[in-house]
Design a protein around this ligand. Sequence first.
Ligand code: IMP
Length: 433
Amino acid sequence: MAGTCVVGLQWGDEAKGKIVDLIGDEFDMVVRYNGGANAGHTVVVEGKTFKLSLLPTGVIRPSVTSVIGNGVVVYPPRFLEEVDSLLKGGVDVSKRLVLSDHAHVIFPYHMEEERLAESGGGEGKIGTTGRGIGPCYQDKVGRRFAIRVGELLRPDHLRERLRQVVPFKNRLMTAFADGAAGAKVFDPAAIADEYLKYAERIRPYVTDTARLLHDSVKAGKRVLFEAAQGSLLDVDHGTYPFVTSSSSLPSGMWSGSGLPAKNVTRIIGVVKAYTTRVGRGPFPTELDDGIDGTGERIRKVGKEYGTVTGRPRRTGWFDALAVRYTAALAGADEITLMLLDVLSGLPELKLCVGYEVDGERRDHFTSDAHILERCKPVYETLPGWTEDITGARKLTDLPAAARKYIDRVSEMVGLPVSVVSVGPGREQTIRVR
Ligand code: IMP
């Protein structure tokens, strides 16, 4: 079985969805293995636009079974909302979407816990998406208070679990909010009533997805893994603590789906031709150069606003050290260079090829946020191009300066560039190999 994983090698939002869309035809199954509704992707089917955050991008393909693996954290109303919005738009996924009974469930108190943690302000703030992702994973790892999707389907059991968990959460949050100020108090019976309604609608989708994957692989099915977020947000190898709470690198595939990594033979690393980041944390190549600056220009042209939160994304130059680091951790075989057209018209382009920290030159990335925030980028300057490249379909259609930029990115990262994207359309793609 030749499985493939599509993974972002920066801080998320690398346009992984477009790559999944381009190669989706080659697969029978698409699998999400990490994160939850903190990811955002826009998919267009027959002219209709759908905004998804929990369902995999591949769900729009009629011939594909979409799997939400055990490593994902699921907010049931969001799951149903996305299923309904697709149905309303004429896309019925009921026969081709499955949800792991082992996935963990996000409850309203998770969002409240996150709100309280993030509203403390100051250095403790991570700048999360507010979707309850971190608190749900905390409960999963802590084991005492987490509830899995399979448990939603057993009404008496669910009521009992919520009777145990919710009073504790209420006490914790009241203490966290420093007295009664501001912390919402939750009623276990009301949550149970609400979630049991969701459970009945979710029931037909729930299954042992690990077994399904094992059986499918045995039957020769081809599987595509869709990583959520980006590798620099990985909880172990990202810029901790400014990361998400799951393994967004391909290493999360095995635990987050139950399918052993040996089934995956191709890892496609997706990068933007520049860098973006949402939320707090170090970003050495950030272009914080004001309203008339290059950073703002990239934000406007690249429409760099969060799909989930609408927040303006922080923008900056391509950091070859960061991508070389994540490419190695991901075991990437190739990179796809997205949004190259956004750089058109800039007089010159900068590529980060080193850092300077405490007077010393470094030629490798560090995920230690405390060191990284002191790293000053060392740039190589390349010529820009003025031509509109959105119509380019092969490398030779590109201006020489754009080709040089691609070659230098590839050389610095140490991987071939297999695809160059010059616009959002499926056809606005250069397949290099
Ligand atoms: P959380 O995942 O909501 O806990 O947020 C943790 C960090 O990851 C924050 O900086 C978020 O902005 C960032 N983040 C989470 N999901 C995404 C994503 O899909 N794209 C980009 N950044 C993300």
